[in-house]
Design a protein around this ligand. Structure first.
Ligand SMILES: Nc1ncnc2c1ncn2[C@@H]1O[C@H](COP(=O)(O)OP(=O)(O)O)[C@@H](O)[C@H]1O
Ligand SMILES: [Mg+2]
Length: 345
């Protein structure tokens, strides 16, 4: 008999039936948005807090309830996947489902998509709530879509939920967008060790057949020590379960968890590295060799590594993107001219 009852439950993408210790936050999100079900304007909401503490899960939890019980159409978008104005708008229009084939092809101008969007909003016959998760990606690249969404005036209400790790992300908004942004903020605080234990206990109970006392405590401790990301705890359970399965035992033991602890670290940099472009990957590779470099040296090293280097300007955009992701640090002081010291974060 195998240790694992259900691998899906041990995956970080799984959305559990209940979210222990996020009851008040999910309630607040639902309260803000539910006027939409009666045709009234919902309260736009901004959720912020550290990585891996249930922000995305909470919104998707509320969205699932809305889809089932309230007749509200919900659209969840991760701005890592759609980080341009036309990308976001096309995705929304496609998900509204009314224009499917029309917006399939690439190359629509923003105005045209906005027009389709308006038509779709007027036709759909119910309120729509859009969540823009990791909204920093839009604020950083091209904010204009936020303006369009905030100023949208259709027959059916449109509600917006924004999520970011950065509490101050909107400080970077242009004034005209900021003045249309009337959001209620909900701060997600990190879980305490007890809360982390409850969450992992529930996950283990549903995902595993049998586990020793102490397994959950150890995984919870590890997750809190590595910065409080629940994914670290879940990944610890999953890796330990893999070891137990290979061994052919039918119970997950503290021993198995101990074996994998050192291999499960902070989730964040790994996740981020999948999302950076090729130039940015090369830059990060260069920092594996030298912890610190002058910006001019960095560009020269980069140029010597690739056949068709991107422009100096585009390169600087990559550098600021990496800084924004907190993968590198740019020294405020210049050394000569525009040259700055850049180091690995
Ligand atoms: N209160 C909770 N109960 C159950 N699972 C949770 C809870 N909070 C977080 N998780 C799980 O932890 C993982 C990370 O949560 P997520 O919502 O993606 O974090 P965030 O969006 O804050 O970075 C997900 O697998 C999620 O299911
Ligand atoms: Mg998230």
């Amino acid at each position: 008999m195998s240790v694992v009852k259900n691998w899906d439950i041990l995956s970080p993408n799984y959305l559990p039936d209940i979210l222990p210790h996020r009851e008040s936050q999910t309630q607040e999100i639902a309260n803000n948005l539910s006027p939409a079900s009666k045709g009234r304007k919902p309260q736009n909401t901004f959720i912020f807090g550290a990585p891996g503490i249930g922000k995305t899960a909470s919104v998707n939890y509320v969205f699932r309830e809305f889809e089932e019980y309230s007749g509200i159409k919900t659209i969840y978008i991760n701005c890592w996947d759609f980080n341009t104005p036309t990308g976001v708008l096309t995705e929304i229009v496609n998900r509204l489902g009314l224009l499917g084939t029309i917006v399939q092809r690439r190359g629509w101008a923003k105005d045209e998509i906005m027009q389709r969007f308006n038509e779709a909003m007027n036709k759909i016959g119910k309120a729509v709530i859009v969540c823009l998760d990791e909204v920093d990606q839009l604020v950083y690249k091209d904010q204009s879509v936020l303006y369009d969404l905030l100023r949208m005036n259709a027959k059916n209400p449109l509600g917006l939920v924004f999520i970011s790790n950065d509490a101050h992300v909107f400080a970077k908004l242009e004034p005209r967008i900021l003045s249309s942004l009337n959001v209620e903020e909900i701060e997600f605080k990190p879980y305490t060790i007890e809360e982390m234990k409850d969450i992992l206990q529930e996950r283990a109970r549903n995902g595993l057949r049998s586990f020793e006392n102490g397994v959950v405590m150890l995984a919870a401790n590890h997750a809190v020590q590595k910065g409080g990301d629940v994914r670290v705890g879940i990944q610890t359970l999953m890796k330990a379960a893999t070891v137990a399965e290979e061994e052919g035992t039918d119970k997950l033991k503290v021993e198995h968890v101990k074996q994998v602890l050192s291999s499960v670290g902070k989730a964040k940099p790994e996740i981020l590295k999948e999302k950076i472009n090729d130039t940015e990957k090369i830059i990060m590779q260069l920092f594996d060799e030298n912890k610190q470099m002058k910006s001019t040296e960095l560009y020269d090293s980069y140029r010597s590594m690739v056949k068709e280097p991107i422009s100096d300007r585009a390169f600087r955009d990559c550098i600021s993107h990496l800084e924004q992701l907190k993968l590198i640090h740019i020294n405020k002081k210049t050394v000569d001219g525009n040259t700055r010291i850049i180091s690995k974060a």
